[in-house]
Write a protein that binds this ligand. Structure first.
Ligand code: NAD
Length: 367
């Protein structure tokens, strides 16, 4: 079978790196790569060729591949060029856009969505959401430090002492914890907040303070995701966040609710009271943002506060992001790749959860 690796049109990463091309060609797959697919993440066409891949134009890969792999889903006009029966592996985010997978079904293709892989222990090594969130958390802090007109660490110099920057991280999941760790490494004083009490120990183990709001709803059955909180809790949370925002130099927000718009946690009023020159990096911007003022994919200045809305920061560390992404796909495809062929067994929990369309049959059901 022919596996096609496509160049991303709005991302610096590439889904598959040459290392995996080598392994797949040894397993009797033919690998076609779009010329220049790894250019922006520092993987050359020569490396793909050496690994056993064959360079082609995009159109040829679309019409010849039996399996196509791309990070961001293809647009409608390209889906119609794909050969019938092809399997496309991408991130469809069906909670937000069912039209893309409906389109795949209408064209009698199959689709696997990496963001739907279940968050179970055996699937941890396949979890692109976690590996990319970790990179985004790191990069968010680096970007904040770059925009801040102040130092992060405490410094005692002959010209006077500099106090450490105060960083507030809202949402201490994968991205948030990496933000905490990175800000701590740069010497900031860090506080972090999450509705999941399980995050407390993790935050504290990184040397940061956990901001606790009492009365959070139990999320034990939500598969590692947060659940929507009561109005009373939200009010208490708002008051506490207000108090912390006013003191912070940097706020990194990462709070998400699976399949729902991101909770609005940093209000206009809070931004107004923040110190001039403070920086907010909102990693939840693609689902509406945690800050009321966030504009997705834009950096704005409001009341002297820089607000960066970007949920795609993994793309800004493209080399390592591609390497980890490719490793996640390698581990995932091991479940259903067999000696140059594939078989989608819907009895398998990982395949069942991530298979959106099988041979034209729409399997995803909106909950
Ligand atoms: P996410 O991106 O969905 O959310 C980010 C964080 O925001 C979460 O920690 C969430 O609790 C928090 N949040 C949501 N609403 C909030 C609010 N109103 N206020 C403050 N915080 C809020 O989640 P994630 O970071 O991808 O993962 C969350 C958890 O799942 C982590 O503990 C992670 O370790 C776990 N996880 C497990 C597996 C696995 O076992 N395979 C894989 C990935 C993640």
């Amino acid at each position: 079978m022919k596996i096609g690796i496509l160049k991303e049109t709005s991302d610096k990463r590439v889904a598959i790196v040459p290392d995996l091309v080598k392994k797949w060609t040894e397993q009797k797959f033919e690998v076609l790569f779009e010329n220049g697919c790894g250019e922006q993440s520092n993987f050359s066409d020569g490396q793909y060729q050496q690994a056993g891949g064959r360079g082609h134009k995009r159109e040829e890969i679309l019409s010849n591949g039996d399996i196509l792999i791309v990070i961001k889903p293809l647009e409608d006009k390209e889906t119609s060029k794909i050969k019938k029966g092809c399997l496309v592996i991408s991130n469809y985010q069906p909670f937000f856009k069912t039209d893309l997978i409906e389109d795949i079904a209408n064209k009698e293709l199959s689709a696997l969505s990496l963001d739907m892989i279940p968050r179970i222990t055996i699937a941890q090594s396949m979890d692109v959401l976690s590996s990319m969130a970790s990179i985004a958390g790191y990069k968010a802090v680096i970007m904040a430090a770059d925009h801040l007109a102040r130092y992060f660490p405490m410094l005692t110099t002959a010209a006077g002492s500099i106090p450490p920057a105060k960083v507030l991280v809202i949402g201490a999941g994968v991205a948030g914890l990496q933000a905490v760790a990175t800000a701590r490494r740069l010497g900031a004083v860090v506080e972090a907040f999450d509705t999941r009490l399980a995050a407390k120990e993790e935050v504290e183990s990184l040397g940061a303070k956990f901001v606790e709001v009492e009365g959070a709803k139990d999320d034990a059955s939500a598969g590692g995701y947060a659940v929507e909180q009561t109005e009373e809790y939200k009010q208490r949370q708002k008051e506490l966040i207000f108090e912390k925002c006013v003191k912070a130099d940097v706020i990194i927000t990462t709070a998400q609710l699976r399949g729902k718009p991101a909770p609005k946690l940093v209000t206009k009023e809070m931004v107004k009271e923040m110190k001039p020159g403070s920086v907010i990096v909102d990693l939840a911007s693609s689902t509406g943002g945690n800050c009321e003022l966030t504009e997705d994919n834009k950096t704005i200045v409001h009341d002297n506060v820089v607000i960066i809305g970007n949920s795609d920061l993994a793309s800004e560390v493209p080399q390592h992001a591609s390497q980890l992404y490719s490793k996640n796909i390698e581990n995932y495809t091991k479940v259903f790749f067999k000696e140059g062929e594939y078989e989608l067994d819907l009895e398998n929990e990982i395949v069942k959860s991530s298979c959106m369309v099988k041979e034209g049959n729409l399997l995803y059901q909106k909950q």
